[in-house]
Ligand binder design. Structure first.
Ligand code: GDP
Ligand code: MG
Length: 389
């Protein structure tokens, strides 16, 4: 039988962000290594994190790796993503719901374009707490590192992040077991423990989990994975799949997290749900599993959309009514048509009220955030203000 997951400590979702090659994956591996020596993690080597199989579902490829570890006071699920586009997609769509993030900045190279973009992105998607890992400190001139640290405080303050702890680390040297740098990782984890508060979870709300992945486990049936957005779920509960077609109702016959069984999955958990009598092809990434009757699929909605400027990675030209980008909502992407209503055009840098008609119905509700993308670029970030039909 599988081991049970015992909820003894608060669970938080965090992740590494930052410019390519600044050492996010190396640091992720180093954290698991340092904690595995203390019994708080299973060591996950660099190659296992960076070579997560790509999940291709309905035309979107997403790449995201989850590792888990425990400090003295918390249980963490930690995500690392290989490319900038993966951050944009996973963060804006809320596929990675981060309670806090570790912004990795190379002390040798300093602030780079994706450092700026990720700070902006973190603010836009509501990541309230950041800790900086000033990485590659093993090879950096300390005075240069001081300068990078000053510039970082300015950048972060400009996005409303104040008193952000900056910890000088070396993921690479910690992985090699160098005691000085192992201690730097411990200091980083202490900063995360202290600076990122346990979030308020909507455990009491009706259950909702966006479908991230679907697999068949031989002899057991269909397993659906995702991050529980709100509420809780236990064996014996009935859930309803909503969006992208007809949907279905099914009974949950197993709840697991990171390969261990759970009595009850709660908001904030990464869960795998075993569903009775459901075929794999009935479930799709982009649907939501919800408490019966609580959610409905819609195609039209009103929204407020901020159009990213070219400097933020967005468009350089205006959009007009009839514009047809992709809308990334929770774990799916659907094409849709934009109606600007009274406005003739909307320029990058503006926030506009629009009506959107999607090509397919998905679960929608006021307050839901989404990303607007075209040709591999994120051009807008929006919030649903009203569901129309
Ligand atoms: P990512 O793209 O942010 O995930 O960066 P990686 O973790 O893949 O690291 C990029 C490169 O930087 C690799 O060659 C690493 O070995 C190197 N690197 C990562 N961390 C450190 C560090 O702390 N010190 C030094 N000197 N090199 C590092
Ligand atoms: Mg990486």
């Amino acid at each position: 039988p599988k081991q049970a997951y015992v909820r003894t400590k608060p669970h938080l979702n965090i992740g590494t962000m930052g410019h390519v090659d600044h050492g996010k994956t190396t640091l992720t591996a180093a954290i698991t290594k340092v904690l595995s020596d203390r019994g708080g993690a299973t060591y996950v080597p660099f190659d296992r994190i960076d070579r997560t199989p790509e999940e291709t579902a309905r035309g979107i490829t997403i790449t995201i790796s989850h590792v888990e570890y425990e400090t003295a006071t918390r249980h963490y699920a930690h995500v690392d993503m290989p490319g900038h586009a993966d951050y944009v997609k996973n963060m804006i769509t809320g596929a990675a719901q981060l309670d806090g993030a570790i912004l990795v900045v190379s002390a040798v190279d300093g602030i780079m374009p994706q450092t700026r973009e990720h700070a902006l992105l973190a603010r836009r998607v509501g990541v309230e707490h950041l800790v900086v890992a000033l990485n590659k400190a093993d090879g950096a001139d300390p005075e240069l590192a001081d300068l990078v640290e000053l510039e970082l405080h300015d950048l972060l303050a400009a996005h409303g992040y104040h008193d952000v702890p900056v910890v000088r680390v070396s993921g690479l040297r910690a992985l090699e077991g160098d005691p000085e740098w192992v201690a730097s990782i411990e200091a980083l984890l202490r900063a995360v423990d202290e600076h990122v508060p346990v979030p308020v979870r909507y455990v009491g709300a009706p259950f909702l989990m966006p479908v991230e992945n679907v697999l068949t486990v031989t002899g057991r049936g269909t397993v659906v994975t995702g991050a529980i957005e709100r509420g809780s779920v236990a064996v014996g509960d009935t859930v309803q799949a909503v969006g992208l077609g007809e949907g279905f109702t099914a009974v949950v016959t197993g709840v697991e997290t990171f390969g261990r069984t759970m009595e009850r999955g709660e908001a904030g958990d990464n869960a795998a749900l075993l569903l009775r009598g459901v075929r794999r092809d009935q479930v799709r990434r982009g649907q939501v599993l919800a408490a019966p009757g609580g959610q409905a699929a819609h195609r039209r909605f009103a929204a407020r959309v901020y159009l990213l400027t070219r400097e933020e990675g967005g468009r350089s030209t205006a959009v007009t009514t009839g514009y047809r980008p992709q809308f990334h909502l929770r774990t799916t992407a659907v094409s849709g048509r934009v109606d600007l209503r009274e406005e003739e055009l909307a320029l990058p840098g503006e926030t506009v009220e629009v009506v959107v008609e999607l090509g397919k119905a998905v679960a929608l509700e006021p307050g839901l955030g989404f990303a607007v993308r075209e040709g591999g670029l994120t051009v807008g970030a929006g919030t649903v203000t009203a569901v129309l039909d």
